[in-house]
Design a protein around this ligand. Structure first.
Ligand SMILES: [Zn+2]
Length: 457
């Protein structure tokens, strides 16, 4: 049930003990006029909030394009949006939406003229940025307002302190899509954004547990981040590797299997790769980065440097992609037997090895079911970690603990469940016999928790 409160403006002023008309207190004003609409009776269907580290996204789902006026008011801080010529849909119930939120602590709805005024009580001064999004399954027309922090709450700088020459290999794990961009859709309203976040969280935890590795999530919640911002987050954290996780869809339900992609500026290596890159690149339009331009500037690196470093990082991307693909092939069916390349915007960081893993096709009902299962998500994550760990142990980035260990003979390794001596030997590129000798083992028996020395390869 919707509580039709007294007009929100009157309530707000009464609360403040202030009798001035609300319009005098307008601090920021945004006005959006869509093409004249002849058909009336658009409905407000629902109100949703997505919280991200930098802003809270407020989404109004409407049955048709609507006219609105958005503003920020002070004393107390609140965000006000007036919708003209709308009615409330039968399921519109914003009362619980603000519960337990960071920046929003109340929502009020009031009739105003032929439309409605909606007031969000906010906890601090926030900067609004509004725009509209066109329908994309499963969403319809949307009015979106991003409420940005205005500085005081800016995220603390992350200072990494690690012994020189023994730093961790840093891996950025990026769950594709999010928020207003659901990604590909599977049976039973299964959404790519949800499945890939679940896989990404498992992957991040597993990488983090590997000695000499430090992983973090680029997106850790149901909100959208633009391609450029995703790359920037990886570069700010000085990531050695950026892994973007997807589970894509196709028009037909036939295709299945996993595949791995890296960036190409010189055309795609296959039709599928071109198709997927094109599809993934639309995310900024679907998810809404607040701009409708697909223009993508380089990340502030001098052109010359970019050219030189890019080749080295491209090679590393293809190499690590190959290792991941090989391990995935032991766990699941592969859609493509080699690492494919296409112009994926999210992989464009010039100085971070970057790969995109399509974990499978969510449009294939059988694969969609598996992708949504915890065990299968863990199997996929384990395969990806194995690929990354083997590669990074073989070709560690300079200045890392892995590089130091490789140089100074001997990696300390703690046995975990499912490990075998022969598999560890393959992983570190040494013979099982050398591991046995270095650890004075008379046979291949090892146990969980045991620490062994892996001699330099
Ligand atoms: Zn995707």
């Amino acid at each position: 049930m919707v509580r039709h409160a007294a007009p929100a403006c009157r309530r707000a002023t009464r609360r403040n003990g202030n009798v001035k008309p609300v319009s005098c207190a307008v601090v920021a004003l945004a006005f959006c006029a869509l093409a004249p609409i002849s058909v009336s009776a658009a409905q407000l269907e629902s109100l949703r909030l997505h919280e991200s580290p930098e802003y809270t996204r407020v989404v109004f789902d409407t049955t048709a394009p609507v006219r609105y006026r958005a503003m920020v008011l002070e004393n107390p801080h609140r965000f006000v949006i007036d919708f003209e010529d709308v009615s409330l849909g039968p399921a519109f119930d914003p009362t619980a939406v603000a519960l337990g939120r960071d920046r929003v602590d109340g929502v009020r709805v009031g009739r105003r003229g032929d439309g409605y005024r909606i007031v969000l009580d906010v906890t601090a001064k926030l900067q609004p940025k509004d725009f509209t999004l066109l329908p994309v399954d499963p969403y319809g027309h949307r009015v979106v307002v991003d409420l940005y922090d205005t500085g005081a709450r800016a995220a603390p700088r992350i200072v990494v302190t690690q012994p020189r020459g023994k730093r961790d290999v840093v891996v950025a794990v990026d769950a594709g899509h999010g928020g207003e961009d659901p990604g590909a859709l599977g049976p039973g309203r299964l959404q790519e954004k949800t499945v890939v976040l679940s896989i990404a969280r498992k992957l991040e935890a597993m990488i983090d547990a590997e000695p000499g590795f430090d992983a973090f999530l680029v997106r850790d919640g149901d909100y959208y981040i633009g391609h450029a911002k995703r790359r920037q987050i990886a570069r700010d954290r000085r990531a050695d590797l950026f892994v973007s996780i997807h589970a894509d869809g196709f028009e037909s339900s036939q295709p299945n299997g996993a595949s791995v992609y890296t960036l190409s500026d010189r055309g795609a290596t296959s039709e599928t790769a071109a198709y997927l890159a094109d599809k993934e690149n639309r995310s900024d339009l679907i998810g809404g980065v607040g701009t409708i331009s697909l223009d993508d500037k380089p990340d502030g690196v001098a052109e010359i440097l970019l050219d030189i470093s890019m080749d080295a990082f491209r090679i590393r991307s293809i190499e690590v992609g190959g290792y991941i693909l090989e391990q995935l092939g032991k766990t699941t069916k592969l859609h493509k037997q080699r690492v494919e390349q296409a112009a994926f915007l999210v992989l464009k960081a010039p100085d971070v090895a970057s790969v995109l893993v399509e974990t499978g096709f969510i449009s294939n009902p059988a694969e969609a079911r598996r992708l949504n299962q915890r065990d299968y998500q863990e199997d996929l994550s384990r395969a990806i970690v194995r690929g990354i760990a083997i590669y990074m142990n073989e070709k560690p980035p300079t200045g890392t603990l892995l590089a130091w260990q490789r140089e100074h003979g001997g990696v300390r390794y703690t046995i975990s469940r499912g490990d075998t001596l022969s598999e560890i030997a393959v992983r570190y590129g040494v013979s099982a016999e050398r591991i046995r000798r270095a650890n004075k083992l008379s046979n291949d028996a090892i146990h969980v928790g045991q620490v062994i020395i892996i001699p330099a390869g």
